[in-house]
Write a protein that binds this ligand. Structure first.
Ligand SMILES: *[C@@H]1O[C@H](CO)[C@@H](O)[C@H](O)[C@H]1NC(C)=O
Ligand SMILES: *[C@@H]1O[C@H](CO)[C@@H](O)[C@H](O)[C@H]1NC(C)=O
Ligand SMILES: *[C@@H]1O[C@H](CO)[C@@H](O)[C@H](O)[C@H]1NC(C)=O
Length: 453
C-alpha cells in the first residue's frame, strides 16, 4: 500500500509540473473558442446542419443546448458564490445567472450569457491524478451490483479511482453529498435508460449514502424487474432507476403462422411512471449497437407495420423523436429538469464482448487526446433532436471523458469467478464503482447547483 501511495504522489507531482503548460494550452483554447463564437454570431443565429464546417455546427449546437437550458433558470433565487470558475473572469456561470436575473435582458446581455457559457465546456477536458479519496471507498457501499464491484471481485490496482475530471477552461466544484441531499430534499430524481444509467444511479446512491448521518434511514423501496428505488428518509427524497434500454417500447407480435416475434415499437414510449419526477436523467445508446437492432430486419415497428428492413440510424432517430414528443407533451417544464446522458465509450480490444474482446490489464487512461474514439453517430442525431425540443434538456456530453478511460472497466473483475480465465467474457462497457460514473454525478451536481435547484 505504501508503494502504491508513492507511485501516486510521483505521478501527481509529474502532472503538477505539467500544469503550467496546460494553462497556456487552455488560453489558446479560449482564444480559439472566442474566435469561433465571434464567427458563430456573425454568420447567423440559426445555423443549420448545412453550416460550412462540422466544427462550427457542433459549436452552434452546443451553444443552443446550453443557452436553452440555462435560460430556463431565470428564477434562480440568489447565488453570490462562485460555483464554476473560469480562468479569465473568476466566476462565469454565477455571473450568467446574474445576467439572467436582470430584468429586460437586452440583446447585448443575451450575447454575454452565451459567450460566457461558451467559454467553458465542462465536458471538454482531461483526467488528472488527484490525491483525495474517492467520494466513497472501494468496498464500502452495499448497494453496488456485484458486476460493478471490482474491489469485491478482486481487482487490486487502484489508480482507476484516483483520477478526477478536469475541464480545460474552468474548475468544477467537488461533489458535496450533504449539499446535494439538501438540494434534493422532498424531491424525486429518476434515471431512465440502460445499464450505463444504472451504473450512474448506483454511483449516486452510494455517494449520497456516504454523506448521510444515519445510514439506517436509507431504505430500498423497490427492486423489481423494471424499477429500482432508494429512499433517503431524512431528506424525504427518492433516487430511482427505471430500466428502459431503448426508451421506446420492446414489443411482441404474432406473424402469419402464429410465431411470436420480438419487435421494437419506435412510435411508443416505454412506461411513463416517472413523468412527475423533479429531475430525470435519460440515456440510450448501447442497445442500438446490438446485432438484432443493428441488422434492423423485421424488427422495427410503427403502429401495426413491421419494417422488412430499416437502417438503424433511421430507427434511432424515429425513436428519439418519439421520446422528444413525449417529453414535450408530458413533462411540466416549470417543475422538472431534464438531462440526457451521452454515449459512454467502450474499450474492447480485438473483438466485441461476445467475441473475445478484452480490456484487462489497463491501469491508465489514454494519454493522447488524438487517439480517442470518434464521436458516435447516435449522438449527432441526439443533438439535433434535442435542439428541436420545447423542453430544455441538458445534455451530459460524457463521450469524450469516457473515451479516455480504458482503465476503468470491470474487465475480468465483472464476477468473483476464480480462476480468472483470460478467455472469459470481459466487461469493457460498464464501469467499476467507485469509478468513472462518480464524475458524471459530479457534473450533474455542478449543473444542479448552478440551476439553483
Ligand atoms: C460533445 O462532445 C464531443 C466531443 O466528444 C463534441 O464533438 C461535440 O460537439 C459535443 N457536443 C456538444 C453539444 O457539446
Ligand atoms: C479574480 O480574482 C483575483 C484574486 O481574487 C483578482 O485579483 C482578479 O481581479 C479577479 N478577476 C476578475 C476578472 O474579477
Ligand atoms: C410555467 O410558468 C410560467 C411563468 O410562471 C407560466 O406562465 C406557465 O403557465 C407555467 N406553465 C405551466 C405548464 O404550468
Amino acid at each position: 500500500m505504501a508503494s502504491f501511495k508513492n507511485t501516486i504522489s510521483t505521478l501527481v507531482q509529474l502532472s503538477r509540473n505539467a500544469s503550467s503548460c496546460l494553462l497556456s494550452r487552455s488560453r489558446t483554447h479560449i482564444f480559439y473558442i472566442s474566435l469561433l463564437l465571434l464567427s458563430v454570431f456573425f454568420v447567423s443565429t440559426s445555423l443549420t446542419e448545412r453550416s460550412p464546417t462540422a466544427l462550427a455546427s457542433a459549436m452552434a449546437a452546443r451553444l443552443r443546448l446550453a443557452a436553452n437550458y440555462f435560460s430556463s433558470f431565470s428564477s434562480v433565487s440568489s447565488s453570490n458564490t462562485c460555483l464554476v470558475s473560469d480562468l479569465r473572469s473568476n466566476c462565469t456561470l454565477s455571473s450568467v445567472t446574474t445576467v439572467e436575473r436582470t430584468p429586460g435582458n437586452s440583446v447585448k446581455d443575451g450575447r454575454y450569457v452565451i459567450k460566457d457559457l461558451g467559454s467553458c465546456d465542462i465536458f471538454n477536458g482531461n483526467w488528472v491524478l488527484d490525491d483525495s479519496d474517492p467520494v466513497y471507498l472501494p468496498g464500502s457501499c452495499p448497494y453496488i451490483d456485484d458486476s460493478f464491484n471490482c474491489y469485491k471481485n478482486g481487482r487490486v490496482d487502484f489508480s482507476y479511482v484516483r483520477y478526477r475530471w478536469k475541464p480545460f477552461d474552468c474548475q468544477i466544484p467537488r461533489f458535496d453529498g450533504r449539499k446535494m441531499l439538501k438540494m434534493l430534499r422532498g424531491k424525486r430524481l429518476v434515471f431512465v435508460g440502460d445499464s450505463l444509467n444504472r451504473n450512474m444511479w448506483e454511483s449516486l446512491v452510494c455517494a449520497l449514502r456516504e454523506s448521510s448521518k444515519d445510514k439506517r434511514r436509507i431504505i430500498e423501496v423497490f427492486r423489481t424487474q423494471g424499477l429500482y428505488s432508494f429512499r433517503f428518509k431524512d431528506y424525504k427524497c427518492s433516487i430511482d432507476f427505471f430500466k428502459s434500454p431503448f426508451l421506446v417500447q420492446e414489443w411482441k407480435i404474432s406473424d402469419k403462422i402464429g410465431t411470436r416475434r420480438e419487435t421494437l415499437r419506435l412510435d411508443m414510449i416505454q412506461g411513463s411512471k416517472y413523468s412527475d419526477a423533479d429531475i430525470i436523467v435519460f440515456n440510450t445508446g448501447h442497445w442500438w449497437t446490438h446485432q438484432k437492432t443493428n441488422k434492423g430486419k423485421n424488427y422495427f415497428q410503427e403502429d401495426s407495420h413491421v419494417y422488412n428492413r430499416l437502417e438503424v440510424k433511421e430507427a434511432f432517430a424515429k425513436a428519439l423523436r418519439t421520446w422528444a414528443k413525449w417529453v414535450d407533451a408530458n413533462i411540466d417544464r416549470n417543475r422538472t429538469r431534464v438531462f440526457f446522458g451521452g454515449y459512454s465509450a467502450s474499450h474492447f480490444r480485438k473483438g466485441q464482448w461476445d467475441a473475445g474482446g478484452h480490456c484487462d490489464g489497463e491501469t491508465e487512461p489514454i494519454a493522447n487526446e488524438a487517439s480517442l474514439a470518434p464521436y458516435p453517430w447516435m449522438m449527432n442525431i441526439l443533438e439535433s433532436v434535442i435542439a428541436g425540443m420545447k423542453t430544455p434538456v441538458f445534455y451530459l456530453n460524457i463521450t469524450k471523458m469516457t473515451a479516455y478511460r480504458k482503465d476503468g472497466h470491470p474487465s475480468v473483475y465483472r464476477t468473483a469467478e476464480i480462476p480468472r480465465n483470460p478467455s472469459m467474457f470481459q466487461d469493457c462497457s460498464h464501469w467499476c464503482l467507485p469509478g468513472v460514473p462518480d464524475s458524471w454525478n459530479e457534473l450533474l451536481y455542478a449543473t444542479l447547483l448552478i440551476s439553483g435547484h
